[in-house]
Design a protein around this ligand. Sequence first.
Ligand SMILES: O=C[C@H](O)COP(=O)(O)O
Length: 281
Amino acid sequence: MSAQCGKNVRLSRIIKKSTGKSVSVAFDHGLDDGPMLGNIHPRETMEKIIEGGADGVLISPGCARICNDLLCDDNAPSVILRLDWTNTFRAPDELNYEEGRNILISDVESALALGADAVLTFMFIGYEHSEVEAREIAKNAEICRAAARLGIPHIMEPMARGNAKRTAGREMDPKLIALHTRMAAEIGADAIKTDYTGDAVSYAKVIDGCPVPILIAGGPKTSSVKESLDMVKGAIDAGASGILLGRNVVQAKDPAEMIRALRAIVHGGEEVDYVLKHFDI
Ligand SMILES: O=C[C@H](O)COP(=O)(O)O
């Protein structure tokens, strides 16, 4: 029971009790994709994330060290530590891999030592060779058991990727998202970060079939700010427990102001038009 107490306390720092929602930022791109707009100088971006008032921030073990003093600030977000690395997002366009590869780079004990309030791992489904998918499940089950022993929430990030005919190009397919989010919940996820389907009606069905909180992932920066706000509003209207957005925050004109705008929608229940009018985003 005491380990569950630890999970509850830590998860409440990320998904706030007052609204049942979270505005968290994914800032782990350097680990898989290297330097890019928004992460060239990690400490500068982290200062913006803190200024905006994010509830949680997803970072790599290295970034937890680089930003250690910033993460001790009064208003610093909770740390969600990424425990795995992947080349899935670079393949196949950059390196011509047939399929992505994924591997653990840290563990739950190390995450606690770095100050994490939660750990997070990918759970890819849909690779051509089913043993890769099986390894993904085994990886998540292993981390899940360690997290349960040590009282730290395990957020799983299930995603339909790979070249297999049954998943290729179907990342936002409501049936696949319903499948992998439910699988993650049944393995033991405390919360889930995953793709949005693109509309509130189909997402409400995903959420209805998933017994643990879902935070949406953002994906590439949208062509307009309104598009990303519409995505967030749709997910919240569908019953999502919040957001764990990356590029649409860290590549925004002003990431701090973007976080404040997102908080108005997610925690404040504001409409997109109101936010566009009242925030300089
Ligand atoms: O899942 C990977 C990263 O957390 C990316 O986040 P993003 O797609 O919202 O930029």
